[in-house]
Write a protein that binds this ligand. Structure first.
Ligand SMILES: [Zn+2]
Length: 349
């Protein structure tokens, strides 16, 4: 076997060794199951601790949520806690990593992420309640017409997840005229993490505004009608005596006026401004110092060149043309380090 062949064989073995554990990493057989009343939780052994907190939250929070919406699910709801990114991608068929959970209403299943792999907003139990609200709105319902802002906003408000409400983010969006329209929020799942965060915050603000105007009982009426398959625009107008478009304008104005004030309290913004100012000031200081140095050099240069009165210029100058010519001549016949001609200045004309 030649050296190349050996190398290729070694590479193949090494790749095989890498691929084998990857294939075996699927955790399908590791999941454990716990059932309690209408709920089922699937989890891996290392998340046993999290499951205890989850049961507590489901037990305390879900009856409140159901009471507020005057709605409960009769079928079993299943929560799956994925132990790793790989499992998250496998079970959600590649849902964005910024999402904390995904609800599959038609199956009554919510997929959650273990807190051991990145959980940017809030703990797992409140995410579970958030996903349960999604199931509550849509599971077992007829073809529903829930706009995403209403769906996501209600899930956050009812799960008590106020960590999405980033005042500074909303203030910046309002100041820059970048407040998402309701139709843009509809495409939330294809947004990047920052836009999605803003869309979540906006949904929560919209639902809070709707609640302050018409109460949770008004929203509950809308939810019941939409679950029964009623068209959204018409039902919204009938229940709230305002069109969805007019409510959206009211909401946009609310974001503009309410969040602009906190623009001045935006620490992140002021830290950035201070950083830019500092960098600018450092640049100006360097420029000024360099200009001073160049001026000093120029002055020194002029002082040296100035011929004092009453003196005559030196009687000769060095003629480098001749020096170079002599250097070539001497390279031909004598070693270069002997009697170098530039040691002996040549009088000029
Ligand atoms: Zn959600």
């Amino acid at each position: 076997m030649t050296r190349n062949r050996w190398l290729r064989a070694l590479c193949a073995v090494w790749l095989l060794a890498l691929a084998l554990p990857l294939g075996a990493q699927t955790r399908e057989n590791d999941y454990l199951r716990q059932d309690l009343a209408r709920f089922r939780v699937w989890y891996c052994p290392e998340d046993a601790q999290v499951v205890r907190g989850l049961w507590r939250e489901l037990h305390e929070r879900i009856p409140l949520v159901e009471r507020q919406l005057r709605l409960a699910l009769a079928d079993t709801v299943t929560f799956v806690i994925t132990p790793s990114e790989k499992e998250w991608y496998r079970l959600t068929a590649g849902a964005p990593l910024w999402a904390n959970g995904i609800a599959y209403a038609e199956r009554g299943v919510a997929v959650l992420k273990s807190p051991r792999f990145g959980l940017p907003y809030g703990p797992l139990p409140s995410t579970a309640v958030h996903e349960y609200v999604h199931l509550l709105l849509e599971a077992g319902a007829r073809e529903t017409d829930f706009p995403r802002w209403l769906n996501e906003g209600l899930a956050q408000v009812l799960a008590g997840q106020l960590d999405y409400l980033d005042d500074a983010l909303l203030a910046r969006a309002a100041a820059a005229g970048r407040v998402h329209s309701f139709s843009r929020i509809e495409g939330m799942m294809s947004m990047n993490a920052l836009d999605a965060r803003q869309a979540y915050a906006e949904s929560a603000v919209a639902v809070q505004l709707l609640q302050s105007r018409f109460g949770m009982s008004g929203i509950s009426n809308l939810v019941h009608e939409l679950r029964a398959g009623a068209p959204y625009d018409e039902t919204f107008r009938r229940i709230f005596a305002v069109s969805p478009g007019a409510f959206e304008s009211e909401y946009a104005l609310y974001v503009q006026t309410h969040f602009r004030i906190s623009f001045f309290g935006d620490t992140e913004l002021w830290v950035s401004v201070a950083f830019v100012l500092l960098v600018g000031a450092a640049g100006v200081a360097v420029y000024l110092r360099r200009r001073r140095t160049v001026r000093r050099w120029r002055e020194e240069d002029q002082r040296e060149r100035r011929v004092p009165e009453g003196t005559t210029p030196p009687p000769y100058t060095i003629n480098y043309e001749i020096v170079r010519g002599r250097l070539h001549e001497s390279e031909d016949d004598s070693p270069p380090d002997e009697n170098l001609p530039h040691d002996r200045p040549v009088p000029g004309s």
